[in-house]
Design a protein around this ligand. Structure first.
Ligand code: BG6
Length: 489
């Protein structure tokens, strides 16, 4: 029987939360409106709040958009989608509540064999309770294939290597690794999905992609937002666990990995794990941490991190971190990878900057040419783009050389709509493609890089350097980059 003719039940646990309402349901609607879900798809929301199906449908409609079906047919698509949505409330650790859900699912699935996705859009502290209750209610059925059941979970996966290992092992009692889809939504972003293509499908980059020609790599993640509304969660994790150990390290692993012999999830993950294991553990000497303080910025007053009502007023949780990592292999030995992530900064942007070494310096030196080296800038967001600075003769008499940009902006170059990361990733879960998900050995290797320094920060009570909201971050981050001959862009 084809996948298309089976039922597909998508269960979103934590259905009334922000992640579900703002990302998961809109992504499912985007897939539905493009005809990418099987005909017999049903979506079941589950959370503690009591709601009728009608109220639930109203509540999710708020964030659905007509991007893929503009005009009149949008309403028709929305009605069709909402008719397939159902809601059940219950406690997250209650087997009985999931048994009730099971009955509703069976009623909707009818006699068809049903594939099932369980999306745990809930805090990691209750992953296990939910997994056990689902297992206890018989919903999981350990199906790896025909029909299958899969679980989707979101980081943070643990707080360090050992808590992560424990979570992997305990979740593994209910869902096998093959059924587990660990999301890092940055991997679903269009520009990140293009990174391997850019590197490996273009002859011009790969031969230069090594220590002989590349001087440094910067990966910068900036947000101009505070932790407002998430202070409680954030204070328990901090920016290193929230962004650096996952989003930034994932980007770095794709920038640095070796080509795969085959384009499938197993081969891609193998190469990523290999390179992550070659990154020595970060030390305090190569780390700067900061915390934003109150400031007037662009005419508005912003509270400092410590003023957030969910944050203890003596918290030393970093909202900014900059780190210098290296990779101990023949391709990268000696090339600094400078990565930084910060909230409460001057703008929102995520960028990869590959700085090449200087070209033949002497030949044009007498002409006073601009000798800044070539730079490849890959902007993940906003304004997705790829830019390469190259030396050019300025038009006119004589020989004046300047750096200018070859500029590929997605909005201008492509007519297609750029999908939200969750749309691609949800479709991959349904298709069973794990290329953009985190395997357990990759997760362990990622924690090995950060666990020692996180422990040291916490046991020694190292205070982060304050920086004003809306600024570029702590000064010490500049000094760290300069130590490696780099200036942050
Ligand atoms: C999440 C982090 O993973 O990514 C948040 O927990 C952060 O702190 C968010 O704000 C940023 O995602 P995006 O897609 O808006 O860049």
């Amino acid at each position: 029987m084809s996948e298309e003719s089976k039922a597909l039940s998508i269960v979103v646990i934590g259905a009334s939360g922000d992640l579900a309402r703002k990302k998961i349901f809109p992504a499912l609607f985007a897939l539905y409106s493009q005809g990418m879900l099987p005909a017999h798809v049903r979506i079941f929301g589950f959370s503690r709040s009591k709601m009728t199906d009608e109220t639930f449908r109203k509540c999710i409609t708020e964030h659905l958009t007509c991007r893929y079906v503009p005009g009149e047919s949008c309403q028709e698509h929305m009605d069709g989608f909402l008719d397939r949505c159902f809601y059940m409330s219950g406690q997250y650790d209650s087997r009985d509540a999931f048994l009730d859900l099971y009955q509703v699912m069976q009623r909707e699935e009818g006699a068809l064999p049903a594939n099932r996705v369980f999306y745990l859009a809930i805090p990691p502290s209750i992953f296990l309770d939910v997994a056990q209750a689902l297992g206890g209610a018989g919903l999981v059925q350990c199906g790896i294939s025909d029909p299958w059941s899969r679980v989707v979970i979101e980081k943070p996966f643990g707080r360090d290597r050992s808590s992560s290992d424990l979570l992997v092992q305990q979740m593994g009692d209910v869902f096998r690794e093959a059924q587990t889809f660990r999301i890092d939504h940055y991997l679903g972003k269009e520009v990140i999905q293009n990174l391997m293509v850019l590197r490996f499908a273009n002859l011009v980059f790969e031969p230069l992609w090594n220590r002989k020609y590349i001087k440094s790599v910067q990966i910068s993640w900036k947000e101009d937002l505070s932790v407002e509304g998430r202070g409680g969660y954030f204070d328990g994790y901090g920016i290193i666990r929230d962004v650096m150990q996952n989003h930034l390290l994932q980007i770095m692993s794709i920038v640095a990995m070796e080509p795969c012999t085959k384009m499938d999830a197993g081969h891609i993950c193998n190469e990523k794990v290999k390179v992550v294991r070659q990154i020595p553990a970060l030390t305090l000497d190569d780390l700067v941490v900061g915390q934003y303080t109150a400031a007037d910025w662009k005419g508005t007053y912003y509270n400092g991190y410590l003023e957030d009502e969910m944050v203890p007023n003596d918290s030393i949780t970093p909202t900014f971190a900059a780190a210098a990592l290296t990779i101990d292999n023949d391709r990268w030995r000696g090339v600094p990878f400078l990565i930084r992530a910060g909230k409460g900064l001057e703008c929102r942007t995520t960028e990869i900057r590959i700085q090449f070494r200087h070209a033949n310096k002497s030949m044009y030196a007498a002409l006073g040419a601009d000798h800044s080296p070539n730079e490849l800038v890959i902007r993940v967001q906003p304004d997705e783009s790829i830019m390469l600075t190259v030396a050019n003769k300025v038009p006119g008499m004589g020989m004046k050389i300047e750096r200018t940009q070859l500029d590929l902006r997605y909005q201008e170059a492509f007519e297609e709509i750029i999908p939200d990361a969750y749309e691609s990733l949800m479709l991959d879960v349904i298709r069973g493609d794990k290329s953009l998900f985190i395997r357990k050995d990759e997760l362990g290797a990622a924690w090995d890089i950060f666990t020692p320094v996180l422990k040291q920060l916490e046991t020694e009570g190292i205070a982060p350097e304050p920086y004003a909201f809306g600024s570029h971050g702590p000064k010490a981050a500049d000094a760290l980059a300069q130590k490696y001959g780099v200036t942050w862009a």
